[in-house]
Design a protein around this ligand. Structure first.
Ligand code: SF4
Length: 369
């Protein structure tokens, strides 16, 4: 307790000008809220949540594609639980399940493959979402499916890469981010090299952080010290888990099974080289050509500002629907559904606005909505 107070005092002494740091990862967002870190920081330090919730960044068209697929009776969708209640244009996976469609909640890609083996008359489609943390497990499952010649298994591959979206954020002329708190678990896979461009090319300090409150406080202190001493480097504050070279076994798995492709991110548009696509030798397991699917391009839910929130242009309380029409019981966008979503975290921990955590840079725009 004493050491955390010392760190906060050190941050307060150094933060002589307003600084905005983005925590990229949804797990960090929840840990920051849960531990009350925001309320302990000096007023000059603002924290902004980024596009690090895998459920939230899955594009509306990708959600619709999965939901529409359930109109085919022979299809079984296997998905992580957080995806169930994400509203699509015409309902949700949970809604389809309640109508008797085949939707199974799994905790891993390997479980989805087991479902395919147990249900040979069904085409089991795994909804493969998430970042570098979950993509290696999907790759390993594809290799297993190929080895065992499982013919009734495929994936909707909506995995996304972290560095390309960070590049888009640092190139955004509206955002003025003074430093990034980088995701510990993604870094376990990627190592350091994927992020170096942020400090080298754009002069923005970065700190790789673990998920304990002390890890996050140290990252904020590191970024504050870097910024106020006019330096910009990538520092790893999570060496107990992150090796500079990353997890070579996982990286090899990704290289064996996937190639890079453009990917559509909710609110951020199509970002080049930010997605994973199965290589030709594994394309049999790609549900899109296998089932002759097209990804629709619907508009976002009316009034929902998830896109602006994921891109750091707004905070949840600036969405006109926040805590009014949109609550965890009546979610309108994915950021209110996911356990790592910013809107959900704001609702749970600060919906009465007791902490003035964040300056409101685009308040006028929010009022105009
Ligand atoms: Fe979307 Fe609801 Fe968040 Fe508004 S509060 S941005 S409607 S999820």
């Amino acid at each position: 307790m004493k050491s955390s107070r010392t760190i906060i005092e050190a941050i307060s002494q150094r933060a002589s000008e307003p600084l905005t740091f983005m925590e990229v990862c949804g797990t960090h967002t929840v840990s920051i809220f849960r531990s009350g870190i925001r309320s302990l920081l000096p007023p000059n330090i603002s924290l902004l949540s980024g596009p690090g919730c895998p459920v939230c960044v899955t594009d509306q068209g990708e959600i619709d594609c999965a939901i529409d697929l359930l109109d085919t009776p022979s299809i079984m969708i296997a998905t992580y639980g957080d995806m169930l209640r994400v509203p699509g244009t015409h309902g949700s996976l949970a809604g389809k399940k309640s109508e008797g469609r085949e939707v199974q909640v799994v905790t891993s890609a390997a479980q989805a493959l087991n479902l395919a083996k147990e249900h040979p008359k069904k085409e089991v489609v795994f909804l493969a979402v998430g970042f570098e943390t979950t993509a290696p497990a999907t790759a390993a499952t594809i290799l297993e499916a190929a080895k065992e010649r499982v013919r009734n298994f495929s994936i909707l591959c909506f995995h996304k890469k972290t560095p390309p979206v960070l590049k888009q954020l640092v190139q955004d002329p509206v955002l003025q981010i003074d430093g990034f708190i980088l995701p510990g678990h993604v870094s376990v896979i990627l190592g350091h090299s994927g992020y170096r461009f942020i400090s080298k090319e754009y002069g923005i300090p970065c700190a790789i952080a673990g998920f304990e409150p002390m890890d996050i406080l140290l990252a904020i202190a590191d970024l504050t010290f870097q910024r106020t001493s006019c330096t910009a480097a990538l520092h790893s504050l999570y060496p107990r888990a992150v090796r500079p070279e990353g997890n070579l076994k996982a990286l090899n798995l990704l290289d064996s099974v996937f190639q890079s492709c453009s990917a559509s991110w909710r609110g951020l548009g199509v970002i080049p080289q930010s997605g994973y696509q199965l290589k030709d030798s594994y394309s049999f397991f790609d549900a899109i050509p296998k089932l002759e699917l097209t990804i629709p391009t619907p508009p976002p839910p009316h009034g929902c500002r998830c896109g602006d929130i994921l891109s750091g242009h707004l905070v949840p309380s600036q969405c006109p629907l926040f805590a009014a029409q949109c609550t965890p019981m009546t979610p309108i966008g994915p950021c209110m559904v996911s356990s790592e979503g910013s809107c959900s975290a704001y609702y749970k921990y600060n919906r009465r606005g007791v902490s003035s955590w964040k300056k409101l840079p685009l308040a006028t725009e929010a009022e105009d909505a």
